[in-house]
Design a protein around this ligand. Structure first.
Ligand SMILES: Nc1ncnc2c1ncn2[C@@H]1O[C@H](COP(=O)(O)OP(=O)(O)OP(=O)(O)O)[C@@H](O)[C@H]1O
Length: 645
């Protein structure tokens, strides 16, 4: 019988403060929240409406025109219908004999019926047009968020607020922008209808209009206030939802699945999930109760208002200001106007609600655009003769701690250079700066004397191929995983692909994959498979070789490879043409030996540079010598590792 597992206490307990005031929530976030006051947001509605109309227009102008015309026709038809209803009543309340009264009412009845038919037809066409535009907008918005996210500089990924904004924008793009457009059309339709019915009421007696207003204002206030509270909560809880989502994602994460089970981490993860679940639930329940109170208050005040409206009408009949047949029509007009006004309030409220998300969507796109360095005319040299770091210091965005200090180095075209040093000494960071992924905090990085900060940022990547420390695979076929190295490459008969694959040993991977080159690199697909770490690394190297860049940066490219595969990779790197500059980062000191120059890093500084022989000649006690010696000695004597420090 399976032993019952004792519940594990939440190992993350004690982080409550972090939850109350999450450290990842910035001051900018708070300011932004204050700037979305109810009044401010209402004032922004026309701007949102313009934005939505422009977006819809950009999709299908003819449909937008159709929607506008049919919406207006529907509103006018409803007004005509109501006015004719009043005429029918007036005819029926006259003192003439019944057959005559009925006959006299027939034309007005026909008008009511026609108006109703026109209104229904116009509504149906308008709804169809709105839905078509919605579908197109939804797709466009999703693609815009995606494009902005994959083009923003990598520094955005160092900013926790960017993730929150992205989550909100992606939700808004997939549901709310098109939703806002639909609400806007509904709001315009309801407003037109209201204008028509209010005009009818005013024609009967203008004094009835204020009475109508009193009965609807409280409800409207309650609805708007509740929308605002909901949005506030969504925004405030965004970091928590993201934290929970990240944990939830572990459930379908193929890589995490074995560790979760092997470490028996399920209860701990569940506790972590529950921690955020509790916070979200408490907030949502508190909001529901606050909204219920506000709604109740609004309805009660609205009921009193309606009573006042009826009392006023009764008073007018009593003092003879309004004859009884007109009072009957006025009663219908008040009810219809009230329903119309309620429609308007509902539509405007929904529009207001959606507009908050539209603004979040727009803010995110603006923010991403602001983060992108403006394109300038100058381009970086694609195959420079020299790469130079001149007194470069660097702190990651959002951090004041320098991780590189005064780094100066010079790499010439065709050189095979290595970065060596302890963990965290700054090798990968230097490589990222060299690739153009970040700009230095101080100092300059030059390619052929051109400052990389002064050229078109995109041009920096033109000749760069990079193998990252953790080889990634894309959720596409094995062949495409290599082609992504240079998607625009014209590769007749896949000659270049096969050559790159052979040089990296990825041809063997394809040969053993269940569907060859068509195998999808994810088990979530029918044709999918799971590659071993070494196989993934071979594919990543093939991708970099396929790119044929002038600068190849390989960060721990062979960490997961067997000795034979590793030897094959180093042979391929050695055979790179003499114009290709190669920067190798590795802890395997034997691989570093053959490099033309080695930079030794220590705590963010370059502490030595030279060839293997030059660095070894510096003798014991120097960083390179000791690193090399420990590994070399381990092959000679098993005791070497236990004495290394
Ligand atoms: N995105 C980041 N934001 C903040 N700090 C970072 C970031 N990436 C790295 N660091 C910090 O920068 C320092 C240098 O890291 P880097 O990855 O360059 O070291 P490394 O020499 O490549 O180490 P390893 O040999 O372990 O790969 C480390 O202290 C690390 O914590």
């Amino acid at each position: 019988m399976a032993r019952r597992r004792r519940p594990v206490e939440n190992p993350f307990a004690g982080t409550e403060n972090e939850l109350v005031t999450p450290k990842w929530r910035s001051a900018a976030f708070e300011t932004q929240a204050r700037n979305t006051s109810l009044w401010r947001m209402v004032l922004r509605l026309p701007d949102t409406a313009r934005y939505l109309a422009a977006r819809a227009w950009a999709q299908r102008p003819t449909i937008v025109v159709l929607v506008l015309i049919t919406t207006a026709v529907s509103g006018v038809a409803s007004g005509v219908g109501l006015y004719s209803t009043a005429s029918v009543l007036r005819q029926l309340f006259t003192t003439a004999p019944t057959p005559q009264r009925l006959l006299a009412a027939v034309p007005a009845v026909l008008v009511v019926m026609s108006a109703l038919a026109v209104q229904r037809l116009a509504d149906a066409i308008s709804q169809y047009g709105t839905e078509v535009t919605s579908v197109l907008m939804r797709r466009a918005c999703g693609e815009e968020v995606f494009t902005a996210s994959i083009t923003v500089p990598v520094s955005a990924y160092d900013d926790a607020t960017w993730y929150d904004a992205r989550e909100l924008a992606s939700q808004s793009g997939s549901m709310h922008v098109d939703g806002a457009w639909t609400r806007m059309v509904t709001a315009v339709g309801s407003l037109t209808g209201l204008a028509a019915t209010a005009t009818t009421l005013a024609l009967l007696d203008p004094m009835l209009l204020p009475a109508l207003l009193i009965s609807v204002v409280p409800d409207s206030w309650a609805a708007l206030s509740n929308s605002r509270a909901l949005y506030d909560m969504m925004r405030r809880l965004s970091p928590f939802r993201r934290r929970r989502w990240l944990i939830e994602r572990l459930a379908d994460n193929e890589e995490a699945a074995p560790e979760i089970r092997a470490y028996q981490a399920q209860p701990a993860l569940l506790a972590e999930l529950a921690k955020f679940g509790d916070i979200l639930q408490d907030e949502e329940l508190a909001l529901a109760s606050r909204q219920a109170r506000t709604r109740l208050l609004g309805r009660a005040a609205g009921g009193v208002g309606l009573g006042l409206a009826y009392a006023l009408l009764g008073l007018f009949v009593l003092i003879g200001r309004v004859p009884l047949p007109v009072a009957g029509s006025a009663l219908i007009a008040i009810q219809t106007s009230r329903a119309r006004l309620a429609d308007v309030v509902l539509a405007v409220n929904r529009l207001y609600e959606e507009s908050l998300y539209v603004n979040a969507f727009r803010e995110f796109l603006r923010d991403c655009a602001d983060r992108v360095r403006p394109a300038v005319a100058g381009r970086a040299p694609t195959a420079p003769e020299t790469y130079e770091f001149a007194h470069v210091s660097f702190a990651y965005p959002g951090s004041e701690k320098l991780v590189l200090h005064d780094v100066t180095l010079r790499i010439r075209r065709g050189e095979k250079v290595a970065f060596a040093g302890l963990n965290g000494s700054g090798k990968t960071t230097t490589a990222k700066l060299l690739a153009g992924l970040y700009l230095p905090t101080s100092g300059r990085i030059l390619r052929d004397g051109v400052d990389v900060a002064q050229v078109d940022p995109d041009s920096l990547f033109d000749g760069v191929a990079i193998v990252m420390q953790d080889a990634i695979h894309w959720p596409v076929s094995l062949a495409d995983n290599i082609r992504y190295g240079r998607p625009d490459r014209h590769d007749l008969d896949d000659t270049a692909l096969l050559a790159a694959a052979a040089a990296a040993g990825a041809d063997d991977v394809a040969a053993s994959a269940p569907h060859g080159w068509r195998t999808m690199l994810s088990k979530q697909f029918v044709l999918g498979t799971h590659l071993s770490g070494g196989q993934e690394q071979r594919v990543a190297i093939a991708r970099a070789l396929f790119r044929q860049g002038s600068l190849l940066i390989a960060d721990e490219p062979t960490a997961s490879l067997d000795a034979l595969a590793e030897a094959r990779i180093y042979r391929s790197l050695a055979e790179l043409d003499e114009d290709t500059t190669c920067v190798l980062i590795t802890h395997r000191m034997a691989s570093v030996r053959t490099c033309t120059k080695i930079y030794v890093f220590d705590e963010g500084r370059v502490v030595a540079e030279g060839t293997h022989d030059e660095l070894m000649s510096l003798g014991p006690g120097t960083r390179y010598h000791d690193l090399y010696q420990v590994q070399a000695a381990a092959y000679q004597s098993p005791d070497a590792l236990s004495t290394a420090s």
